[in-house]
Design a protein around this ligand. Structure first.
Ligand code: NAD
Length: 221
């Protein structure tokens, strides 16, 4: 039997590179999937590629009302939500902190950290019946830092600690929900600025920017 048979997942940033890879894998494993993203055209197209097991849902992760609508839409279509992958993210415009504008900092923090917090909040409200799993996509950069990516690294480090607190709160509130974070290394997608790619390769021991899919393990085990 496929490992995610009977499960329903929301993947934020599902129209993007890694989110869509997750979605393909989830559908392959038997799940129904909602690609939740701001990018309507790409999201509709990618959901169509996955057939009847997938829908596109418009979501701005920084907007609470948008989260409530997204959960309601998925529940109406597939009956429930068991898995939330908080994957949507944006990169910094590369800049040393001495030149960093507060507006650029706030923009990255809003999507990469506040957006994850709101997702956990609505997951905790909506995923209580059958229970399930919330997976927050952080980054290796949240563990080691990176010059000219202060907001990104701070937000991703924040995601790691937010995840721990969320897991503790779920236990304290007796919610049947697991919360974990995943910290991928560099992958060659649109989120990696061109000027960072050489640096990324130098920092990657195997010298290939690729995605190792660990997400599935957090849902299954
Ligand atoms: P990507 O740019 O291909 O995909 C990101 C997606 O997020 C896009 O579809 C975009 O439309 C969506 N998005 C942006 N802002 C949004 C918002 N406000 N609301 C809803 N959706 C929004 O990037 P990717 O490389 O696939 O990144 C996916 C996740 O993986 C990100 O959280 C990223 O930080 C993380 N990550 C990426 C790498 C890497 O090297 N590519 C490494 C570690 C972690």
């Amino acid at each position: 039997m496929a490992r995610l048979e009977g499960k329903v997942a929301i993947i934020t940033g599902g129209a993007g590179t890694l989110g869509f890879e997750d979605a393909k894998f989830f559908v392959h494993e038997g799940a129904k999937v909602a690609l939740a993203d701001m990018a309507e055209e790409a999201g509709e197209q990618r959901a169509n590629e996955l057939g009847d097991d997938a829908i596109f849902v418009k979501l701005n992760v920084t907007d609470e009302a948008s989260w409530e609508t997204a959960f309601q839409t998925v529940e109406k279509q597939f009956g429930k939500v068991n898995v939330l992958v908080n994957n949507a993210g944006i990169g910094d415009t590369p800049s040393y902190i001495k030149d960093l504008s507060v507006a650029d900092w706030n923009k990255v923090m809003a999507v990469n950290l506040t957006g994850v917090m709101i997702g956990v909040k609505y997951g905790f409200q909506h995923m209580t019946e059958e229970g399930g799993s919330i997976i927050n996509i952080s980054s290796v950069i949240g563990n080691v830092g990176l010059a000219r990516a202060a907001a990104y690294s701070a937000a991703k480090a924040g995601v790691r600690e937010l995840t721990k607190t969320a897991a503790i709160e779920a236990a304290e509130l007796k919610l049947p929900i697991r919360v974990n974070s995943v910290h991928p290394g560099w992958v060659d997608t649109g989120i990696v600025p061109e000027m960072m790619k050489q640096l990324a390769l130098e920092k990657t021991p195997i010298k290939v920017l690729q995605y190792l899919l660990l997400v599935i393990d957090y849902i299954y085990y």
